[in-house]
Design a protein around this ligand. Structure first.
Ligand code: ATP
Ligand code: MG
Length: 324
């Protein structure tokens, strides 16, 4: 292993985060860097070859100092990293090619890179570039210093209505951006929402997202608790971006109570989602918040509150106006 290898002996101490804040503004440095050309034509790498741009700075692991592990993903770990040349702090998501091949997930990974690399919005985790070696694929991502929203929610149990509404408004803005680019996220959950340095939300993990100009898809994906009824129908039915509106309702419920609305054993969760058999919101929740959840958790996709109208709902307005 080289001195830049992903050795577990490396710790955060090797990356002085002092100055990291100003370095975060050096985003442009990494934005200009493009992936290296494919070194070999293995079956695993060939499938992602068409998403690369012409290289004018070759990316490789040696350009980065690797720090502590930030989390564990399906195909590897995510590490804190620093770009030697600029001092820029970022996150390096490492995907093991063997594991991707074993799970036959090449398409999934290709889609994550294709979709994520085309997004640029303050509410979406920045994607700065990618490269690969014979064993791994590396995604260079914006470092979300606040970690997972899931951990924050767990530590406080549930959010106040004001905090929940502010978070939901931010997610809605990000979704509006995604939908404007014909992208459905399809895997929104507190684990996939990260927090920036100032507590701002960043939608992350585009492994299940999809670019769908026709606004219709036919695959089943995502996490059961957050899946809308139309994606659970046994009869294969296509579905639309309204899937993310349902999930926004599930998230709102979870932010307000600490629990997902249909949480149960696996078969029961499924049955309850299909019947919209939701645990009633507790009595301390305001009528406006209840109405907000009710307008999103609607069985008929076309009747769900449109994302554009979320910011105008009285519950959101009441809790996000500046004088509040
Ligand atoms: P999963 O299937 O479990 O969602 P995944 O392979 O899709 O895994 P990610 O969700 O992208 O991987 O990353 C795994 C975890 O690593 C995240 O839940 C988070 O805790 C951490 N993480 C990922 N990216 C970042 C980042 N940019 N900044 C800080 N932490 C991150
Ligand atoms: Mg994830």
């Amino acid at each position: 292993m080289t001195s830049y290898g992903l050795s577990k002996t490396r710790t955060t101490a090797r990356i002085p985060l002092r100055g990291g804040v100003s370095q975060l503004h050096k985003q442009a440095v990494l934005n200009r860097i493009r992936p290296a050309p494919l070194a070999e034509k293995s079956s695993q790498t060939a499938t992602i070859s068409h998403v690369q741009s012409p290289p004018y700075t070759q990316l490789h692991l040696g350009l980065f100092e690797i720090g502590k592990a930030l989390g564990k993903g399906k195909f590897g770990r995510v590490y804190l990293a620093r770009h030697w040349g600029s001092g820029y702090i970022c996150a390096l998501k490492v995907l093991n090619k063997d594991e991707i091949a074993r799970e036959e997930a090449e398409k999934h990974v290709r889609r994550e890179i294709e979709v994520h690399s085309n997004l640029r919005h303050p509410g979406v985790l920045g994607f700065y570039g990618w490269f690969h070696d014979s064993r791994r694929i590396f995604l260079i991502l914006e470092y979300a210093a606040g970690g997972e929203l899931y951990r924050v929610l767990q530590s406080v149990g549930r959010f106040s209505e004001r905090r929940a509404a502010k978070y939901i408004a931010q997610v809605a803005l990000s979704l509006d951006y995604l939908h404007g680019k014909n992208v459905m996220h399809r895997d929104m959950k507190p684990e996939n929402i990260l927090l920036g340095l100032h507590g701002e939300l960043k939608l992350a993990d585009f492994g299940y997202s999809v670019h769908s100009p026709s606004n219709r898809r036919e695959t089943l994906c995502g996490t059961l608790d957050y899946l809308p009824p139309e994606m659970l129908q046994s009869r294969k039915e296509s579905y639309t971006r309204a899937v993310d509106q349902w999930t926004l309702g599930v998230l709102t419920y979870e932010f307000l109570t600490g629990k997902a609305p249909f949480e149960d054993s696996l078969p029961m969760t499924r049955t309850r989602i299909l019947k919209r058999d939701m645990k009633p919101l507790p009595s301390f929740i305001s009528p406006e918040a209840k109405d907000f959840v009710d307008t999103l958790l609607v069985l008929e996709p076309s009747k769900r509150l449109p994302i554009k109208d979320v910011l105008h709902h009285p519950w959101i307005v009441k809790n996000t106006i500046l004088s509040n």
